[in-house]
Design a protein around this ligand. Structure first.
Ligand code: B12
Ligand code: SF4
Length: 502
């Protein structure tokens, strides 16, 4: 019984150009490998000809089960296209898809893409193991496997029920780095310097911001790996793969103080000389002020906080449970303890006015080292999605645009999405072309200097050229639209594929 897990061809993180294997895929693979299955992994984002290579591999190897991982809503059509292509060249392969978006939108996804046989709803490790075992034993009835969704013979939607979360993440094996192309020159986070990688040590978050799909996916719970295992993983990444700079993808790293204390102790003991960009909340930074020097000494160079907006009414509306005053205090504390401040911010709120935007820039421009500007997006599965759908405010239903960078909802003032997109670009321009930002190009802090030089010369310059001369926006050189691939393949593939392409 052969299982192939596919990260389908999709755009990488275009803003920071981070090109990394998905931590979720590596965790899933390690688990099923430990369970004794014959497994393989294809991260199509790294293939020179991603669609062709996927087609050829599946045609040649005809895996019994192909898993497709969809990390972001914005990638759902890539996952569906991969499923159609796989089924067309290996109809006997069973296709199972997993990830947040298909979990939340299981019925819609199954109906939109007949090539997907099953969807794993929620956390994948145990559900996938039980599923593979059932396939191995040639069982026909999957209705007893919790966490599965499918359409039965009558095309009725079936959901087998919620799979309980794994209680202790320490029972999971080390992610399967040995199956990833860790030596591939593209695997980097170039904005952060050499040797970058994304890692993940916890799941969920105990808050419930209305726009957050993570908190919804993990039902407002938080579990974490213990600091000792985190340090073991980081040590391995240093020794075996020379990885020294990490974007730690955990939504909220220090939900408990103990996690922060344990991490600091372990990293100080191990002396691996690695650098970390962690994510947290303003209230937790304030709570853990006494740990901030320790974090820095342990290698943390930056905290990213979802500060979102400066107006209390908006913070209340999005359920942030933070005040602008706390945001200021947390930014000041980070500065005081020589840690860089990255703020992820949300604009495009219904009531937003030009006056608000001026205040917004003044408020955040004062402290923020890195500016992560997002447009508020109703991600499927979130309370915001349900509310906005009900209110009829969602205008663009093309999930490709659900990447925080494209407007999918108007505001009271800007009733056309294009206007909201222009507002986004305008804020970016106004922020980055301030003298204060340009001075950072010569900062004495090497990471900040590198980041700004990278961002302004590569990303901002590309966007400017696009706006002035219409030059194409950057996308990774090996990226190919699925429809272009089908055209390239022409007669050799079943003609129905083009009709199914999304
Ligand atoms: C790694 C990561 C990336 C990587 C992805 C690399 C890759 N090869 O795919 C990079 C850095 C490229 C990236 C980019 C982006 N990301 Co990102 N990213 C993450 C991050 C930090 C970790 C994901 C992860 O591995 N989680 C841990 C594992 C355990 O969870 P998981 O992936 O969901 O997998 C589990 C289950 O879903 C399931 N499962 C998953 N796949 C499969 C497959 C099968 C077959 C089965 C059975 C089960 C299964 O089992 C897994 C294990 O239990 C998350 C935040 C987070 N903490 O999760 C954001 C996150 C996924 N990203 C997000 C976003 C929005 C983006 C961007 C769009 C941001 C942007 N504005 O540019 C870009 C996309 C690129 C673009 N269009 O420009 C959002 C997605 C929200 C959504 N619902 O759409 C998240 C949740 C962050 C957030 N809170 O906003 N990202
Ligand atoms: S604090 Fe961050 S991770 Fe937690 S619910 Fe809010 S947005 Fe999501």
């Amino acid at each position: 019984m052969r299982f192939l897990l596919v990260d389908p061809p999709h755009k990488i993180w275009t803003i920071l150009r981070a090109w990394v294997p998905s931590p979720g895929c590596l965790q899933l693979l390690a688990y099923v490998e430990r369970e004794g299955f014959d497994i393989d992994y294809m991260d199509c984002t790294l293939n020179e000809n991603p669609w062709r290579d996927l087609e050829e591999k599946v045609r040649r190897e005809k895996p019994d089960v192909v898993g497709i991982s969809v990390v972001c809503t914005a990638f759902i059509y890539d996952g569906m296209n991969a499923a159609s292509l796989i089924k067309s060249v290996s109809p006997q392969s069973i296709v199972i898809m997993g990830g947040e978006h298909p979990s939340f939108m299981a019925e819609e996804t199954l109906r939109d893409c007949p090539s997907i046989d099953y969807i794993c709803v929620g956390e994948g490790e145990v559900t996938l193991t039980e599923f593979l075992r059932a396939v191995e034993k040639k069982e026909q009835d999957f209705s007893k496997i919790l966490g599965l969704a499918y359409l039965n013979e009558k095309k009725e939607f079936v959901y087998t029920g919620d799979r309980p979360f794994i209680e202790d993440l320490d029972t999971l094996p080390m992610p399967a780095y040995h199956l990833a192309k860790m030596d591939h020159p593209f695997v980097e986070i170039p904005s952060e310097g050499k040797g970058g990688l994304v890692v993940n040590f916890s799941r969920g978050c105990t808050w419930d911001c209305t726009f957050c799909s993570e908190s919804a996916f993990y039902k407002r719970t938080w579990r974490r790996r213990s600091p000792k295992l985190i340090a073991d993983e980081l040590e391995l990444l240093k020794e075996k793969y020379n990885r020294t700079i990490f974007y730690v993808g955990d939504n909220t790293f220090n939900v408990t103080r103990e996690q922060g204390i344990g991490f600091i102790d372990e990293m100080l003991k191990r002396k691996t000389n690695q650098h970390f960009w962690l994510q947290s909340r303003a209230d937790l930074i304030i709570r853990d002020e006494d740990l901030l020097d320790g974090f820095r000494e342990a290698g943390v160079y930056q905290f990213m906080m979802g500060l979102e907006y400066h107006k209390e009414s908006v913070l209340k509306d999005i359920g942030k449970k933070l005040s602008a005053e706390q945001a200021c205090k947390a930014m000041e504390l980070l500065k005081k303890h020589k840690l860089m401040v990255m703020a992820t911010l949300l604009i495009g709120h219904w009531e937003e006015t030009e006056e608000d935007r001026k205040d917004f820039l003044n408020f955040f421009g004062k402290y923020v080292d890195h500016f992560g500007l997002n447009l508020i997006t109703p991600l499927p599965g979130t309370p915001l999605f349900r509310k906005m759908k009900e209110m009829g405010r969602i205008v663009d239903w093309d999930y490709r645009n659900y990447d925080y960078l494209h407007a999918v909802m108007p505001t009271r003032e800007a009733d056309q999405l294009e206007q909201v997109n222009l507002i986004y670009k305008d804020i970016m321009r106004r922020y980055y072309w301030r003298p204060k930002e340009l001075i950072k190009l010569f900062s004495r802090n090497p990471i900040l200097r590198h980041h700004h030089r990278y961002y302004i010369t590569k990303v901002a310059f590309n966007i400017m050229m696009h706006e002035i001369f219409g030059t194409p926006l950057w996308v990774q050189p090996n990226y190919q639209e699925y429809k272009d691939y089908l055209v390239e393949r022409g007669e050799d593939l079943p003609s129905g594929l083009m009709a199914l392409a999304r």
